[in-house]
Each structure stands twice: as structure tokens, then as C-alpha cells.
Design a protein around this ligand. Sequence first.
Ligand code: HGY
Ligand code: MN
Ligand code: MN
Length: 426
Amino acid sequence: MISTELTINFPRLQKDLREISAIGMGKNRGVYRQAFTENDLQARNWLIEKISEAGLELKVDGAANIIARYVSNETKRPSILIGSHIDSVPAAGTLDGTLGVLTGLEVLRSLKENNVQLEYPVELASFSDEEGRFGGLFGSQSFIGRVTPESIHNAKDLSGTTLIEAMENCGYDAMQALNARRTPESILCYLELHIEQGPVLDSLRIPLGVVSKISGLFKWKISLIGRADHAGTTPMNMRADALAGLSEFIVEIPRLLEENGNENSVMTVGKVELHPGVANSVPGRVEFSIDARSTEKDILHEMNEAARKTLSAIARRRKLMFEFQILSEVEPVDCDQEIISTIRESISEMNTEFHELPSGAAHDAQILAHITPVGMIFVPSKDGRSHSPAEWTDWDHMRLGAEALLKTVCKISEKNKNKLQENHYG
Ligand code: HGY
Ligand code: MN
Ligand code: MN
């Protein structure tokens, strides 16, 4: 039986967070740790050093996922896997992904320092490029064997840098990602602690969240192509103005979601580039991103169809062409009911309030869900802010989240031990 006094070393977690937050901290206190950049590499090296210092087994797989492992009894049993990411979007906060990796590291260190005897190894994975500089969830997709030589070869960021080049600059061979696949039998289940990145827990003043389902998404890069013309001499009715086309599409988004989405549906145009992009030329070409999300697979499909139809109707009416590139498509998933109830039990034993809610953000957990049962613990985001330097979570909520993660790992080991014994006598 595992001692109820078992706890994490919170001051150490705070110190870790302060240290890694300084890596890639740029202007206006934003974090710039995009995947396979110099800053990401520095953070990777920092994490590798922490894992080695803790005396945990360390591995960097073919997709450059950093993996730590704690084994109490030499067993060939599958691992309880904890994961998240330390790469960030540009001008990010300090917690998105990183808090999940650091609390996972703290769980493994606490288990090891207290020589806790579990029935299963416990692993921590810091997955590469979760944020999708090169499409999305590259590290966890490789971990479950969903990358191909073609998908690796074609992956590039919005400025045209290829994944192969970026990984090579960091000393990795991208094609080795083909060797990162882990068999489903080697993983018992997957847990991820993450900031909510939305306003629900903060507005309810509830310290912890248990995730019921994780939104799916599609992410496109679109080019609308009209004709660059003189801004002074071209009559309005003779223009093929690409930006006017995009502007009309953006105005259509609320109607498109009302007709085809549900209360969890969102659609965002987050990046726009104009060509030639000067005041006295009619925009002949506009390149932009569409990021659309829903918790329901069929609704996401409706949104996808509706967006395509709306774009082609606008292009036709305005004499524009449009090119289309799918950057990423990720299915929505349900979290595992047994893990959900184990997380609920753990938090209840801590006499702490929690709320069950869906995740609007994508997470590595929804990739792992294709090979193993998954569960997620949320901590509140102040004012619901994320992907911004305003991102923050109360220290006490971080501590509660880490304690809940540790408790859940021990509970899962206990529950499955009994299951194993049942199987043994079954
Ligand atoms: O985009 C997302 O939902 C996540 O932050 N990668
Ligand atoms: Mn994240
Ligand atoms: Mn993110």
C-alpha cells in the first residue's frame, strides 16, 4: 500500500518552472520556444540535465521526444505514461505544455526519492513540436507510428522551412522519427496535466478540472489569388481584390458556425500575408490560415464542408482563384471513463473541488488516445488567457494539480495490480 504522506517537492517544481521560463523569454515577457529552434534546443538540454540529475532512465527517441523512466520492480509490464510538451507558440506564456512536463518530472522524482514500489514503470514524455510549427503534434504522432517518409519530407512551417532542415540544425535526423513508434502493449495508459487555456475553471473559482473530451481540429493554409493593380487607377468594379475576398470570408464565420457548429465550435484566421502588401497596390494575393475546432467529429466535418463551400462561392463571385493546403487534421476524442473516475477519486481524497469539462485546445493526449486510454487534469488559467504572456495559474493550483497527478499514478498502479491478481486467479 502506498503511503498517503507521499507528496511532491513543490519548491523544487517552482524553481524548475522559473528556470525553464527564462529560456526563450523575449520582448514583452513572451516565450519564443518554437519547435527545433535554438531556444527549444536550450530547453531540451535543460530538461535532459534535470532528468539525468534525478538519476532517472533517459532516452531521446527518433522524433526527438525526451523520455524519462522510473522502474521500481524490474517488470516487463506496460508503462503508466505521463506527457506534454515544452515547445511553444511565438509570444507564448510560460505554462502551456511546460507545466505538464515539469509536474510529470516531479512525480517521477518523488516516486524515486521515496522508493515507491509500483506495479508498473512510470514514464514521462516531452513530445516534440506539439504546437504545430510543422503541422501539429509531430512528436506524439511519431510515438504512435503515424508519420511516414512522405509526411516527414513534406512537413514545413508557414515560412517554408522544412522539418528536415530545422531538425538537422538541432542535430537530429527527421527520418529517424519513423523509428519512434511505441507498441500499444508497452503503454498501460496516458496522463497529461495541462493549463485549461480557457475561462471556465477560473470563472467558477474551482482549482482543478477533469477533462471529459478533447476537441478535434482542422488547420488549413489557403491562398486567395486575384490580381495586383494600381490602387489609384483601377475602378472598384474591375478589381480582383484578394484581401476583400478574405474579409468577406471572415465576416461569414459567425453564420457558418451558427448553421454548422455547436456550442464548442470555433474558427480562427490567425495568420495573414498580403502580396504585394503596399498601400498603393490592390492586394493580388493573400495567404492565410484557418484553424477550426469542435468536440464532435460529425460537426467538425460539417464545418469543414461549409468552409470550403463558402470560400469557393466567394472566389467565384470575386473572380479569384484559391489554393488549399491541409496543415493538420486531428480527431476529437473522449477521455477514458475509468481514468476519469480515478482522477476524480484522487482529487476527492485531497478534499479539493473539481469540475468536469471538455478541452477546447488540442493536446498530445488525443493522439495517444489512438493506442491507449487517456486522462487529463486541468488547472485554471487566470482570466482564461493562454498563447499570450498574460498566461498564468496560481501557484497553489499548480501544487494541487501535481499532487493529484501523483495520487492518480499510484491509484492506477494499485487498481491494475488488483486487476493483474484477478487475471492471475481468473
Ligand atoms: O493549438 C492548440 O490547441 C494547442 O495549444 N497546441
Ligand atoms: Mn499545450
Ligand atoms: Mn498551445
